[in-house]
Every structure is written in structure tokens, then in C-alpha cells.
Design a protein around this ligand. Structure first.
Ligand SMILES: [Zn+2]
Ligand SMILES: [Zn+2]
Length: 236
């Protein structure tokens, strides 16, 4: 099913060109090569202290005393990067499939460049799901598009529908303490046992990491070994 989905998206992408760059508005792909090259990529480092760390894993010094359920973070660039910000804005509000795929391919190349080549190290790609109600409102899940782009360049397996969101997440400012507590269980993994495999959990933007951490915990309950979060942008 997913292979079909990816080839469908590829075809769609090819048919869309020539379009316009969502950043500089010149004719070309959804993000033109010049704009792509001018986005400053973040170094691969411990997400908590910033010291160099393979695969963006939380370093041993930071591993004690943090309450995150994921083990590492790879973010392509900072949300403060103006060009990346306008591409993400276009993805969110114009909903164009080709921007999501292209951003996913950029992230995929970044991941490939730092990931071991051994077959046994192939991670499983899982997009962070939107709640069904929000997906109906928006019509698509941008994390799923990004994950399809990552899968297209890496060839890594993608599991798109086993991690589910069970409750509608209202903007957190409108929630009281009790409701915030209820959000603790908003993800559930319903696929086959992941069997200690490494999972790359994919989303568009990471801010505090709270949501990704809750999702990572659900994946670990489902048998995941290491969970590395990979996002297009890191905010804050
Ligand atoms: Zn451009
Ligand atoms: Zn650290």
C-alpha cells in the first residue's frame, strides 16, 4: 500500500513541474536548488547540550536526569531560518504535496549521510500521526508526506498507520491540569512488535519535544529499541 502511495506521489510530483519555488517564487521545483542550498543545516549533536554526537543521540552526560522517551534528535535546520520557515509555511497552508516530499527528500539525504550502511542498521520510519479529526480538517498529514520523501531517497521501510493518535489535542493553553494529564496517553502503537528495532519518528517541527516523547514511549511499549526523532525544523 505504501509503495503504491510513494510511487503515486512521485508521479504527482513529476507532473507538477514546472511550478514555482515556495521560497523565492521563481519558476522551478517546490524549493529551488538555490534556496535549498542556502538553508543552514544544523549540526548532528546531542539535542540537550549541543556536543557532537553520532546520529543525534542524547549524550551519556545528558542521558541521566532527562525525562524524554526518545533517544536522539536530528533536525534539518532551525525554524528561525527564514527560507525554511517559508517552505514550512507553504506546506502547512497551501498543502502542496511536492513541498512535503521535497523537504522529506532533503531530510532523507541528511539521514543517509550519517547513518551506517549495514543492512542490519536499517531503521523503521514512522510518521507522527495527526488526530483523525484534525486530519479531516486539513486533508492530509504533513509528517506522512515528509516520511514518504525520506523513504524515497533512503529505501528504508515506512510504516505509516500503526502508530495512532487516540485523543483530539486541543491547543494546550486552553487545557487545565487534569486535561494535560489525559494527554499523556494520546498515542498508541497497534502494529506488530517492533522487535527492538531502531525507529525514526518523523515530524515537521519539534518544539519542546513533549509530543514526540509521548509518541516515542508508545513505540517503546510496542517493542522499539532506540527511537530517534527526525524533523525538518527545530523551534525554540
Ligand atoms: Zn527558490
Ligand atoms: Zn548532551
Amino acid at each position: 500500500m505504501y509503495k503504491f502511495f510513494i510511487s503515486f506521489l512521485r508521479q504527482l510530483e513529476n507532473n507538477i513541474f514546472p511550478g514555482r519555488c515556495s521560497v523565492c517564487h521563481h519558476a522551478g521545483p517546490a524549493i529551488c536548488p538555490a534556496c535549498r542550498a542556502s538553508i543552514n543545516r544544523l549540526p548532528i549533536s546531542c539535542p540537550l547540550c549541543g556536543q557532537a554526537s553520532a546520529r543525534g543521540l542524547i549524550c551519556s552526560e545528558c542521558a541521566d536526569g532527562n525525562n524524554l522517551s526518545f533517544d536522539g534528535l536530528i533536525a534539518y535546520a532551525s525554524y528561525e531560518d527564514a527560507k525554511l520557515k517559508s517552505a514550512l509555511h507553504a506546506l502547512k497552508f497551501q498543502g502542496t504535496v511536492d513541498i512535503g516530499l521535497l523537504l522529506g527528500k532533503m531530510l532523507g539525504r541528511r539521514l543517509l549521510s550519517i547513518w551506517p550502511r549495514e543492512e542490519s542498521e536499517r531503521p523503521l520510519l514512522i510518521p507522527l500521526p495527526l488526530h483523525p479529526r484534525r486530519k479531516r480538517e486539513r486533508g492530509y498529514n504533513q509528517a506522512q508526506l515528509i516520511a514518504a520523501g525520506v523513504a524515497a531517497v533512503t529505501g528504508w521501510p515506512l510504516q505509516g498507520d500503526a502508530l495512532k493518535r487516540t485523543r483530539y489535542q486541543a491547543p494546550s493553553s486552553s487545557l487545565g491540569y487534569r486535561h494535560r494529564q489525559q494527554q499523556d496517553k494520546i498515542f498508541v502503537y497497534e502494529g506488530e512488535n517492533i522487535n527492538n528495532q531502531t525507529v525514526i519518528l518523523i515530524d515537521d517541527i519539534i518544539t519542546t519535544g513533549e509530543t514526540a516523547s509521548t509518541a516515542a514511549q508508545a513505540l517503546k511499549n510496542g517493542g522499539a529499541g532506540t527511537v530517534v526523532v527526525a524533523t525538518i525544523a527545530r523551534a525554540g
